[in-house]
Ligand binder design. Structure first.
Ligand code: ADP
Ligand code: ZN
Ligand code: ZN
Length: 662
């Protein structure tokens, strides 16, 4: 008997081994780890399957050294998911396993773990009575037990989506099953976890990037052994084994953090559908601003739509105002109308939230004499000026240096900063409102452990104040005293070269809008824009997200973009742009010679930011209306990699269903 293993290497195939007589082959079940000889040393492999024969000469096969697990670490459905991921994303199987498992297990450490302490002192919270539409959603999700169905739960912030999840999970727990809940990176706050802990008296495993190796190891094994009944985690939690899965929930399914942007470039949202199919369970994708992909899947009847149109708790549609910046003088990006509005809300003892997607003091340091701009030496990008502490920093590669005192081109001492980031907005607002507390939340002010919690605590204390911040402020939190939300620059994504720019902008606008509004009173949202007549912006604000998406999807269809056609992006980077481009030209030629080829091959072109962290980047886009054709091409590419002469000079990757195109 031949044992077929996955071993963590960048090679695209399996490795066959045999078992010596002292090993009990009955213990060699798929999903167990084994220690094997590997090159001049040893490796930890995962057993995938057995086979009566091998493509390799049997005499050359080596013996398994040791079986590391009594029970498989990977149940069959999870093995299938991992194999699917390897095929779909064209990533080496061994590296997919490596990405899927905790470090200690990868290193071959024993799969023993601490049981969940499970001490519950307080009584569980009593759930509210569901509204009719919530009730219907819960019923539908639980309707057909032990079978797959995907649902899109669509409702504005505060419409009661989380309550639907909680009551579905309650039912699943009563059936003795487990629930897997995926949340965006920024959404996994202590408040989120608390909400589950207050409702349920069951062990909850939490999986996120901030855990120690040992914590991750424990949580993972608690899930595998059925000890943890609810598993809440970010992206990579989609690979958590479960003894008895009952439902998968993906909250804020449109969030781009569900897509991994390096290594195995998977979408946890998309894999949640595959996993639910393999497990024969329902999967619920929830959002106030669903991704166009998911809306399209509703249209084509692959997902069932569940809408929460009514108000539960504190969902009130906010009132939008546009400020036309063309007619307004601004100082540091703040128009005088805006200042008056902020004053009005502060006078009413409310809090005000100001969103700007740019941290630092100013994005540009420029010479008054000759126009020279302080750039990063390693990227095709400007250095951002920071005041606290005073330095220049590149937001793309992290490089920093002291602030130039003279122009590096003409030597003039006349340098000034152009444009505003959150630091400057904070300063400018403090000048306008000297007596008001300004709380800034961005990566710079929350670096210290506990500082975010401190700031959130101050906000929740409820005194009138102004919150200034980036994405960190826009997502996940609910601020009950905020009654005005402001987006300082609503245009930044509208004219992006990325075809998803308008979708992202709309999602962001509604996300920021969702932060404001009290129990009874609708909040106010102000967008500053140079394009108040922009048709998509108008439709979004006047008719809502659904109509906006209909219109924007038509543009996608005529342009041949997803979800109507499928994309794969091949990226290459190296010390010289010639090598990166040369490599991609070779691929293009290779694929052009692939018979029956009907896909569109666009490029190669240098990336929008060609130089990043000292590397020169280029990309080649493959486009097709049929996934299968893309897949065939990529398989053909991988089979013929050894032909490519530039291969050793570049780092390269395949990105199937890319979400970042730049
Ligand atoms: P979402 O997840 O859509 O933002 P939540 O489920 O968090 O909405 O609900 C918003 C608020 O309304 C929460 O405070 C929640 O406890 C409350 N809520 C949700 N459903 C109900 C209901 N049926 N009756 C009363 N309050 C509810
Ligand atoms: Zn100069
Ligand atoms: Zn840089």
């Amino acid at each position: 008997m031949i044992f077929r293993l996955a071993i963590p290497t960048p090679l695209f195939h399996y490795f066959d081994y045999i078992a010596p007589e002292n090993i009990n082959i009955n213990q060699l079940k798929p999903g167990v780890r084994v220690r094997v000889p590997w090159r001049k040393s040893e490796a930890v492999g995962i057993l995938l399957s057995t086979s009566p024969s091998s493509e390799v000469d049997i005499k050359k096969l080596k013996n398994i050294i040791k079986i590391l697990d009594e029970i498989p670490l990977f149940p069959n459905s999870l093995l299938s998911l991992i194999q699917f991921s390897s095929n779909y994303y064209h990533h080496p199987i061994g590296e997919v396993f490596a990405a899927a498992m905790p470090t200690l297990l990868r290193q071959g450490k024993p799969a023993d773990y601490r049981q969940h302490a499970g001490l519950f002192e307080t009584m569980p919270e009593i759930p509210p009575v569901l509204t009719p539409s919530q009730e219907e959603a819960v019923q539908k999700i639980l309707e057909v037990p032990n079978s797959f169905q995907a649902f899109l739960l669509f409702g504005i912030t505060g419409s009661g989506k989380t309550e639907v999840y909680l009551q579905v999970i309650d039912n699943i727990l009563k059936q003795n099953k487990q629930a897997l809940v995926l949340v965006p990176e920024i959404g996994l706050t202590p408040q989120t976890i608390l909400r589950f802990q207050q409702r349920f008296r069951v062990p909850i495993a939490v999986l996120h990037s901030g855990l120690t190796d040992r914590e991750r190891h424990n949580a993972w094994l608690q899930a595998l052994n059925g000890d943890a009944r609810i598993i809440i985690g970010t992206r990579s939690a989609i690979f958590t084994p479960m003894k008895n899965p009952g439902v998968i929930i993906v909250d804020e399914e449109h969030d781009t953090s569900f897509k991994q942007q390096e290594g195995l470039r998977y979408s946890a949202r998309d894999l949640s559908i595959v996993r639910a199919q393999l497990e024969h369970i329902p999967v619920v994708l929830g959002s106030a601003t669903p991704s166009f992909e998911s809306l399209h899947n509703v249209k084509s009847k692959r997902y069932q739509l569940l809408e929460l149109p009514e108000r539960a708790g504190n969902a009130v549609h906010p009132v939008f105002h546009l400020i036309d910046l063309r007619k307004q003088p601004t100082l540091h990006g703040l128009s005088s109308i805006l200042i008056n509005h902020i004053q009005k809300h502060l006078d009413q003892n409310s809090q005000v939230l100001i969103f700007l997607n740019r941290r630092g003091f100013s994005p540009t340091l420029i010479c008054h004499q000759c126009g020279w701009i302080a750039n990063c030496k390693r990227c095709d990008a400007r250095m951002t000026l920071h005041q606290q502490p005073f330095h220049l920093q590149c937001h793309h590669c992290g490089a920093s240096r002291s602030v130039d005192k003279v122009c590096l081109d003409c030597g003039a001492q006349n340098l000034f900063s152009l444009g505003a980031g959150t630091e400057r907005i904070e300063e400018a607002l403090q000048e306008h409102f000297p007596k008001i507390k300004i709380i800034r939340i961005d990566r710079d002010t929350t670096r210290k452990k506990g500082s975010l919690e401190d700031k959130l605590g101050e906000i929740h204390a409820g005194e009138p104040c102004i919150l200034v911040g980036t994405q960190m402020l826009a997502k996940g939190h609910h601020f009950s005293e905020v009654n005005l939300s402001v987006i300082l620059n609503a245009d930044s994504g509208l004219f992006s070269t990325d075809f998803r720019g308008v979708e992202r902008t709309a999602q962001l606008i509604l996300q920021v809008a969702g932060r404001s509004g009290r129990m009874e009173k609708p909040g106010e949202v102000i967008l500053q824009t140079y394009h108040p007549e922009h048709i998509l912006l108008r439709v979004l604000l006047e008719q809502g997200y659904h109509q906006f998406a209909e219109l924007a999807l038509k543009e996608r269809e005529s342009a041949g973009f997803p979800p109507y056609q499928f994309l794969a992006l091949i990226r290459a980077e190296s010390a010289r742009i010639g090598d990166s481009m040369g490599f991609l030209f070779e691929i293009k030629e290779l694929l052009n010679n692939f018979k029956n080829n009907k896909i569109l091959i666009l490029g190669p072109i240098p990336a929008a930011m060609q130089k990043k962290a000292g590397k020169h980047r280029a990309q080649l886009l493959l486009q097709s209306s049929q996934r299968k054709l893309l897949k065939n091409n990529l398989n053909y590419l991988i089979e013929n990699l050894s032909q490519l002469k530039h291969k050793s000079r570049v780092r390269w990757s395949i990105d199937v269903d890319p979400v970042e195109m730049l």
